[in-house]
Design a protein around this ligand. Structure first.
Ligand SMILES: [Zn+2]
Length: 348
């Protein structure tokens, strides 16, 4: 029912590194089992990003950070009372405030804790628990602003500048919208088509198939299953966490939030041990109120880096942005194998 389709490619060239011997260099194109969209895997030698001086970035950003405790109350905005009584929503050490640069009707930031910089190898699970629970609670309140309550509650995290974060201080974006973005819209349409064609829920079939094959399966904790997607998104691979039978962030219990936070912290530490220090995270939901079971809430975790820090070479280029072709230098099976041994808190 699930197809993992691969096309092998082979480039022939006289290689100056081998005395101009004729060599064949293999690559492959894979097709996403849900959407059919393609991704390329070219097995270059770079398996870890070059080092960057993170301490300089942290020091340069601290003095004018709007999210540090001494400034947050005076420089971050407040929501109108009608939308959110009190104007801001606190939960533990997390604080939800409006995004001063909103990109939708309801566009918020969940500031994670009082520490300006949290290293990726030591993200406290409680920081994520407070932030995600606050985001969930805010979405529950803000959803009432949507006509008929229809739309999406999307939670994302850009961590550190290679991922597009303009603030080093850890923070989530929380958007309540009728416009879920092209990638999520395509996934939802494809999941609906899969359901109509087969009578089955795609995420259930995918998890069963990946677990049986095992090569991209990483492990699970509570309702959350971690795997490396068959069609990778990032140059050094990426990961997905599928929340079984949960459609939206509003469906998450406190236990689900804690299971996600603990497993995410472990995964981030394992990625940091490979030299990674930045990532994008997006929790991709079904629409509010969806009970079809055809899409399960899925977190996509995408490590980001400078391909060459000295020259400021980005890890995305025309392929990703203009041709919308994903491109990786590591096979997802390698990414999963490297992580499986490094995550004691996940059950196989
Ligand atoms: Zn700060």
């Amino acid at each position: 029912m699930i197809q993992f389709r691969v096309e092998k490619k082979s480039a022939r060239l006289h290689d100056p590194r081998k005395g101009f011997e004729l060599v064949e260099i293999e690559s492959e194109v894979r097709y996403d089992p849900l959407t059919g969209e393609s991704a390329r895997i070219c097995h270059f030698s770079l398996s870890a990003p070059p080092p960057t001086e993170i301490a300089d970035i942290v020091a340069a950003s601290r003095g004018h950070c709007p999210f540090c405790p001494e400034r947050i109350a005076t420089v971050t905005p407040r929501f109108p009372e009608a939308l959110l009584p009190g104007g801001r929503l606190a939960r533990g050490d997390a604080l939800v405030v409006p995004n001063l640069f909103p990109y939708d009707d309801i566009s918020a930031i969940a500031v994670l804790g009082r520490e300006h910089f949290v290293p990726m190898d030591a993200v406290p699970p409680q920081l994520v628990i407070d932030g995600l629970a606050a985001a969930r609670d805010f979405i529950g309140v803000a959803r009432r602003e949507l006509a008929d309550g229809e739309g999406f509650g999307i939670v994302t995290w850009n961590y550190m500048p290679p991922a597009g974060a303009s603030q080093v201080h850890p923070h989530l974006q929380v958007v309540v919208t009728r416009n879920p973005g092209n990638a999520l819209a395509r996934s939802l349409e494809a999941a609906a088509r899969f359901g109509s064609r087969t009578g089955r829920a795609f995420p259930a079939e995918l998890l069963a198939a990946e677990r049986a094959r095992g090569e991209r399966w990483i492990g699970e904790r509570g309702a959350i299953a971690w795997l490396a997607p068959f069609t990778p998104t990032g140059l050094l691979g990426d990961l997905a966490a599928v929340f079984r039978e949960r459609a939206t962030v509003l469906d998450l219990s406190d236990d689900d939030v804690a299971d996600f936070a603990h497993s995410l912290a472990e995964v981030l530490a394992a990625l940091a041990a490979r030299g990674l220090w930045s990532f994008n995270l997006c929790l991709m939901p079904a629409p509010f109120g969806d009970t079809s079971g055809r899409h399960w809430l899925t977190a996509r975790l995408l490590p980001r880096f400078y391909l060459n820090p000295r020259l400021h070479v980005s890890d995305v280029a025309y392929l990703h942005l203009l041709l919308e072709e994903r491109f990786a230098m590591l096979y997802p099976e390698e990414v999963a194998a490297a992580l499986r041994g490094a995550l004691p808190g996940l059950a196989r």
